[in-house]
Design a protein around this ligand. Structure first.
Ligand SMILES: NC(=O)c1ccc[n+]([C@@H]2O[C@H](COP(=O)([O-])OP(=O)(O)OC[C@H]3O[C@@H](n4cnc5c(N)ncnc54)[C@H](OP(=O)(O)O)[C@@H]3O)[C@@H](O)[C@H]2O)c1
Length: 351
C-alpha cells in the first residue's frame, strides 16, 4: 500500500485543474484518489470530460478515473486541491473544511478573510499558524488556505526582499497577463490576436491588496496587511503562459542600486520551506541582459516555480524599477498550491 497522502483535485478538468494533475503525477507525498468537476462532467471518464491543453500527455491513471461530483462525500481525504471558480468555491470549500479536509484553494473567494492566509512558502510560511485560529473561530477540523492571484505572485516575490531589507512606501505596477490566466477557452481569439485588452475584471483590486496581505503578519486572530500602497494597471496580452509585471517602487530608506540587486539575488526562502519537493532554487533568478525576462524564454525557469526578475534600474519618480515574470498556472496556481500543501504537511497541519 502507498504511504502517500490521498488527495482530491476539485475542478480537475480546467486550466488549473490540469496543471494539478500534471504536477501531482508521481509526486512523492501525494496520491490523487478523486477528481471532481461540474455537473457537465460528472460520471464521465476524465479523458472524455477534459479537453487537455498541456503539452505533456495526460497521465494514464487520470485518463481512467470517473469524474465525481464536487462535494465532500466524493472524497473523504485529508487534503484537497481546489481549482474551482470563485462562485462555486463559496459553498463547497467550507463544506470540505468542515468535513475535515485541508483545502488548498486557487479561488479568490476566501483570500481576503482575516483568518485565511494567502500562503506563500518562500515568503510567509509563518502565516500557516493562522490555521488553529481559523479552526477555533469556524469550528472546522480541516481548513482553507489560498494561493494569491497569479499576477500578485511574481510581484510579491520581488517585493519581499526589498520589504525586509529596506521597507516599502509605495509601488506602481503594470501587468501583461497571459491567456491561460483566463482559464479555458478564455478570451476569444478575435479579441486578443493582434491586440492588447486593457481590462481584466476585478484584477487591479486584487493586485493592489494581495501583496500587502502576503507581506503582512498574524496579530491576534487576524492577518494584518503590510503598510504600503500599490497602484496597478492590468492588461491581457497574446501570450499563452507567463505573467509579466513591470513595476516601480519607493523604498523606506535611501538605498543603492547595488544593495537592491544584492537583496534580490541573495534572497532565500525561510528555512522551513527550502527543501520541500516544489521549492524553487533559487527563489529569484536575477537576469542581467537588457531584454529579459521574456515569457517564452523564461517562464519555465526552475520548473515554472522560480520568479525571474530583470531590468533593475533607477526610476526617475520612484526609487527603482524592474520587470518580474512568473508562470501563472504553475507558480501562480497549481504549483503554488502543491508547494503550500507540502509545507502544511511538514508543519503537521495535514496528516
Ligand atoms: N488560470 C490561472 O492562471 C489561474 C491562476 C490563479 C488562480 N486561478 C483561479 O483558479 C480557478 C480555476 O481557474 P481555471 O483557469 O482553471 O478555470 P477554467 O479553465 O475555466 O476551469 C473551470 C473549472 O471549474 C469547473 N467548474 C465550473 N463550475 C463548477 C461547479 N459549479 N462545480 C464544480 N466545478 C465547476 C469546470 O468543470 P467542467 O469542465 O465540468 O465545466 C472546470 O474544471 C479560478 O478560481 C481562477 O480564478 C486561475
Amino acid at each position: 500500500m502507498s504511504d502517500r497522502i490521498p488527495v482530491a483535485v476539485l475542478a480537475a478538468t480546467g486550466s488549473v485543474g490540469q496543471r494539478f494533475i500534471q504536477l501531482l503525477d508521481g509526486h512523492p507525498m501525494f496520491e490523487v484518489v478523486a477528481l471532481t468537476a461540474s455537473d457537465r462532467s460528472v460520471g464521465l471518464l476524465f479523458s472524455q470530460a477534459c479537453h487537455w491543453i498541456i503539452s505533456s500527455d495526460m497521465p494514464e491513471w487520470a485518463r481512467n478515473m470517473i469524474v465525481k461530483p464536487t462535494e465532500p462525500s466524493s472524497a473523504a481525504v485529508p487534503l484537497v486541491f481546489s481549482a474551482l471558480p470563485a462562485d462555486a468555491a463559496k459553498e463547497v470549500e467550507p463544506a470540505f473544511a468542515q468535513a475535515g479536509s485541508m483545502v488548498c484553494s486557487n479561488a479568490s473567494t476566501y483570500r481576503m478573510e482575516p483568518d485565511v492566509s494567502i500562503l506563500f512558502p518562500e515568503v510567509n510560511p509563518e502565516q500557516a499558524h493562522i490555521i488553529p485560529i481559523q479552526r477555533r473561530l469556524r469550528g472546522w477540523s480541516g481548513g482553507i488556505i489560498t494561493n494569491s492571484n497569479c499576477t500578485s505572485t511574481g510581484l510579491t516575490v520581488a517585493l519581499k526582499p526589498l520589504y525586509d531589507a529596506f521597507g516599502i512606501k509605495k509601488v506602481f505596477a503594470v501587468s501583461m497577463q497571459a491567456l491561460s490566466g483566463a482559464g479555458y477557452p478564455g478570451v476569444p481569439s478575435l479579441d486578443i490576436i493582434d491586440n492588447v485588452v486593457p481590462y481584466i475584471k476585478g484584477e487591479e483590486e486584487k493586485v493592489e491588496i494581495e501583496p500587502r496581505k502576503m507581506l503582512g503578519r498574524v496579530e491576534g486572530d487576524a492577518i494584518v496587511n503590510a503598510d504600503f500602497a500599490v497602484s496597478a494597471h492590468t492588461n491581457r496580452v497574446p501570450v499563452v503562459d507567463g505573467h509579466t509585471v513591470v513595476f516601480s517602487v519607493e523604498l523606506g530608506q535611501k538605498t543603492s542600486l547595488e544593495q537592491v540587486m544584492d537583496a534580490l539575488r541573495s534572497y532565500q526562502a525561510p528555512e522551513v520551506s527550502r527543501d520541500l519537493p516544489s521549492a524553487p532554487k533559487p527563489v529569484i533568478v536575477l537576469r542581467d541582459e537588457a531584454d529579459r525576462p521574456q515569457p517564452r524564454l523564461d517562464r519555465m525557469t526552475g520548473r515554472g516555480m522560480a520568479t525571474v526578475v530583470g531590468r533593475v534600474r533607477p526610476d526617475s519618480i520612484y526609487d527603482y524599477k524592474m520587470v518580474t515574470l512568473s508562470h501563472n498556472t504553475i507558480r501562480g496556481a497549481a504549483g503554488g498550491s502543491v508547494y503550500n500543501a507540502e509545507l502544511l504537511v511538514k508543519l503537521g497541519y495535514v496528516k
